[in-house]
Structures are given as structure tokens and as C-alpha cells.
Design a protein around this ligand. Structure first.
Ligand code: CA
Length: 240
């Protein structure tokens, strides 16, 4: 990356916010800090950030709603959630809200810095991956990797998360070929904590719901049992 990322820090605990800010600045990042959800949303609408570090429990508007609202408006700034609750439900809620990662309080600042670096690296990898062929068309579906927006066969708007878009990219780049699950894991998750293969299955289910006229009988996103997936841009009946 040429210029160090500008980070929006949204945290209402003043001492914690100060600690995070000092550590990020020591790493060379530019940091803007705000303490409530509505101000955060306003900043996200007005400015470009490399990353938003977003506390969940906030005055005004909670972090999940801030992220969801930004995503619905087509804003794709990466989001790292911070929360006091370490439960699995919150993790899922965070991912559904369009978050990129999740860190439960209390956490080590070193751990936070690692996560920040991973998210920023992943974003620049995504930008590099999608630069050459930024648009994919299959059947009556169309998706633009730059804006994370597309239109599906029935004319509905589709706004994908970064992970959904990356999986689509990895499959579309090797159109017609069987892509192994491990390849998807490596390309999409890279040096992150690897998800279970069921997580990838769930992402494929989501892509089918978005783009397949009949998700139960996919024509574009085929499962190759025990191995991986195959994307067929022209569409064909699955044989297995
Ligand atoms: Ca809080």
C-alpha cells in the first residue's frame, strides 16, 4: 500500500479508545475517533476509510445497525467489530451485518493490530484480484466487483459482502473448472483463521439464492461433492 490507511475508530469507552488510537498511530495509521453510532454513520457516509473499528454497544445507534445501514447504502468499507460479549451469536450477527472480522473484549492491543493489518492486506489483495476483469456476467446476472453491486436475473439489486464477492471472483476466474475448497480457503481467507468447510458451503448457498432462478437446482454454482465447486457462466444442469 502506498499511503497508510485512514481508520475510523468508533468506541465510547474513552480510555480504551485512547489506548487503541495511540497504538494505531504508532503503527503509522491515521486515526479519527468518534464515540457514538450516529456520528460514526455520518463519517462513513462522508469520507473514505481503509477500515472502521466499530464497537457494538454504542450510544445512539448500535454498531451492528451502523454497519448494516452502511452496507445497504452500498458502502463497502471494511469493518472490524469490537464487543464485550464473546458469544457465538454475536459473531454470526456481526458477519450477517456485513462485518469483516470480530474481536471480543477484553483483547490484547497486539491482537487488534494484527487483525487490522490482515483486513487491510486482504482488501488490497481483493483490489488486485478484481482490477483486471471487474465485471462478471452469467445468464441474466451481472456483478461489478469494484462497487460490490450487481443485478440478478429477476432485476433485483444485489450488494455482496467482500467475502461473497471474493468467492465469486475465485470461481469466475476459473470458469468451467473444478475449484478445490482449499483453493478457495487460501485465496479468500488467506492468513485469517480458516473457517470450516461448512462456512464455504453457506456462502455458496447465499450466492445461489442471489443469482440462481432455482437455488435448489443450480445452473451456475455447482457443487462437486467432496472436492469443491464449479462455476458455469453459460449455465447448465448439475449432473451430480
Ligand atoms: Ca461500548
Amino acid at each position: 500500500m502506498s499511503t497508510p490507511a485512514r481508520i475510523l475508530l468508533v468506541e465510547d469507552e474513552i480510555n480504551l479508545a485512547r489506548g487503541i488510537r495511540e497504538n494505531l498511530e504508532a503503527e503509522g495509521y491515521t486515526v479519527e475517533a468518534v464515540g457514538d453510532g450516529l456520528t460514526a454513520l455520518d463519517r462513513i457516509r462522508r469520507k473514505e476509510y481503509g477500515l472502521v473499528i466499530l464497537d457494538v454497544m454504542l450510544p445512539g445507534m448500535d454498531g451492528f445497525t451502523v454497519c448494516e445501514t452502511a452496507r445497504q447504502e452500498g458502502r463497502d468499507t471494511p469493518v472490524l467489530f469490537l464487543t464485550a460479549r464473546g458469544g457465538g451469536d454475536d459473531r454470526i450477527r456481526g458477519l450477517e451485518a456485513g462485518g469483516d472480522d470480530y474481536l471480543a473484549k477484553p483483547f490484547q492491543l497486539r491482537e487488534l493490530l494484527l487483525r487490522v493489518a490482515v483486513i487491510l492486506r486482504r482488501r488490497s489483495r481483493y483490489d488486485a484480484m478484481t482490477a483486471l476483469e471487474p465485471v462478471v456476467r452469467f445468464g441474466d446476472n451481472e456483478f461489478d466487483f469494484r462497487s460490490f453491486r450487481g443485478r440478478s436475473w429477476d432485476g433485483s439489486d444485489q450488494i455482496l459482502t467482500q467475502k461473497e464477492a471474493m468467492i465469486l471472483k475465485v470461481l469466475a476466474e476459473r470458469e468451467g473448472e473444478v475449484v478445490w475448497r482449499d483453493d478457495i480457503l487460501e485465496k479468500v481467507w488467506g492468513d485469517d483463521v480458516l473457517p470450516s468447510s461448512r462456512t464455504i458451503d453457506n456462502f455458496i448457498v447465499r450466492l445461489r439464492k442471489r443469482f440462481e432462478p432455482d437455488p435448489e437446482h443450480p445452473r451456475y454454482f455447482h457443487t462437486i461433492r467432496g472436492i469443491g465447486y464449479r462455476f458455469v457462466a453459460a449455465g447448465e444442469e448439475a449432473t451430480s
